[in-house]
Design a protein around this ligand. Sequence first.
Ligand SMILES: [Zn+2]
Ligand SMILES: [Zn+2]
Length: 687
Amino acid sequence: MVVLHRMATSISLFASSIPLSKPKFFPKPFIFLHSSPLDTFISGTRNSVNKTRVYKNNRKFCTISAVATDLTETSSNESKENIEIENNPVQKVVLPTNDSSEKLLRIRHTCAHVMAMAVQKLFPKAKVTIGPWIDNGFYYDFDMEPLTDRDLKRIKKEMDRIISRNLPLVREEIDRDEAQKRIMNINEPYKMEILEGIKEEPITIYHIGNEWWDLCAGPHVDTTGKINKKAIELESVAGAYWRGDEKRAMLQRIYGTAWETEEQLKAYLHFKEEAKRRDHRRIGQDLDLFSIQDDAGGGLVFWHPKGAIVRHIIEDLWKSLHIQRGYDLLYTPHVAKADLWKISGHLDFYKESMYDQMEVEDEQYQLRPMNCPYHILVYKRTRHSYREFPIRVAELGTVYRYELSGSLHGLFRVRGFTQDDAHIFCLEDQIKDEIRGVLDLTEEILLRFGFDKYEVNLSTRPEKSVGGDDVWEKATAALKDALDRKGWDYQIDEGGGAFYGPKIDLKIEDALGRNWQCSTVQASYLLLVFMTIQNFYFNLPERFDITYVDSNSEKQRPIMIHRAVLGSLERFFGVLIEHYAGDFPLWLSPIQARLLPVTDTQLEYCNEVVKRLKSSNIRAEVCHGERLPKLIRNAEKQKIPLMAVVGPKEVETQSLTVRSRFAGELGNMSIDDFMTRIMSFSDDKKF
Ligand SMILES: [Zn+2]
Ligand SMILES: [Zn+2]
């Protein structure tokens, strides 16, 4: 309900200015389709940094970009299906967006009116409200009886009729009195309220033929016939409060999707289906990776054994790469005295994302929303000389941030999460190299997981900010320089930085071609910016009065760089699940091999083999007690990369008959061979 409430809030914002135009923001992710084929990822093409669009102001969307592929229908053999999807992108359609095609935007806007006209024809008592275009189509809110899927079909049929009649859309300008009179005549109370919110005159209305009209500022197509009825579909109906106010009427919101051509609609529907198949919440449950439980509370993640082992592998890799790159690891507490958060400024600037304080022996304590102050406290424990710099400290630090329950979403939006955080204390002339080092490390880590396409944004100084001009200029120039030297394309988001510093953020593109980026819409940008943040948190070194001694034995303030590569482990895991569709590569798979005894006579042998595999750090298990075909099917369903069938022959020859989920039958091999193969694939980090 809260989601609906929030969505409706955003709508009421716009309704008070211009009716029937694009809402200011969408709190939930909308699919935004534009480019980048699936096969580029599969063939492993590198260095293609994907540019999409410049973000202005703070209006940022959760965007997903994609190219749809012609997916074969779900077959009983899931692994075969996957291979087909990945190797045969039969149909590639680059989908336009509202930004890239004005025609499409006009179609979507017109569709909203056509739908409203159709609804009022079928349900004369329905009252109209507002109906903007959105990323994949449009919606319209009606005050009426609850609708069913069958109603949607009837409405679509009626829309088709209106489209076929090729009715003209005619603009008319009228004054306020006239508008009031006309609205009174048709008895539309919501429209009257919208009219009150419109400050400018004249008032524009649009007629469809001479049968129906709506308050609107446009733009539309000239005639309803310009809409391709085979390129639109009504998707769903949901409840939404008028003006986002739960004390006001609950409306019926019909969502529709609209495209220029039938091919585009098909491609979009394919993409949507595939995204559903990959939904990490569903896969997380099917593969028993994690849970979020009502008994414990929303947004708090339980990592089950199979999810926890994946996290362990990610953490191990992360730690060893950081140690190799000259970082020191830290572990720090999850709570601290509230005073610490006063000094850091979090209680001034960040309070809405923090939980209430708790009392411990007459002192106030606070769950941490960020790790930075703790790393500073460690830094402050000793005197530092310029000779020690750069000092790099890293922590997989768990933080807690307040999120409204309605905005929580699987692993993507949670209340407690572990950031892969690090801080670099350095001298001014070391900034460039340090940033470059972070970019290199980011690339190295992401490539391990097969992410080789990024969208990079550099956000500059916002209007409200702290720190002097010269520091901002230097910091921004250093970030730019590092990106230029790295050779990555990037876009500049003017004024999009945090109040305490400029930042680079990087979005990765997954196997579906979706860009994972999130927005500053609600609160903490740190929670939502996904890949890399490097900002100069100018404030903190001053607030905590941290210093070093320079070559003249004088005290100076060090530069502090903040960065995260994966963002949060929870979120990254969610992205990985969807990226691989649960089919983790061998090196990352929770269970690498499952042994299947033909009868229980082979069970003892299987247990011995598993023991041996485990002692070599191979993640293996035995499954028995069912007939072999069932065991094989279960292993397929659990997406286990390797299966070893063990019958009397295998026991006699001390061998295994191996079947790979990706490569098919691998034949009979000795246990040593099997182990060597798994380990060599593991070393390669690819399978
Ligand atoms: Zn309109
Ligand atoms: Zn920090």
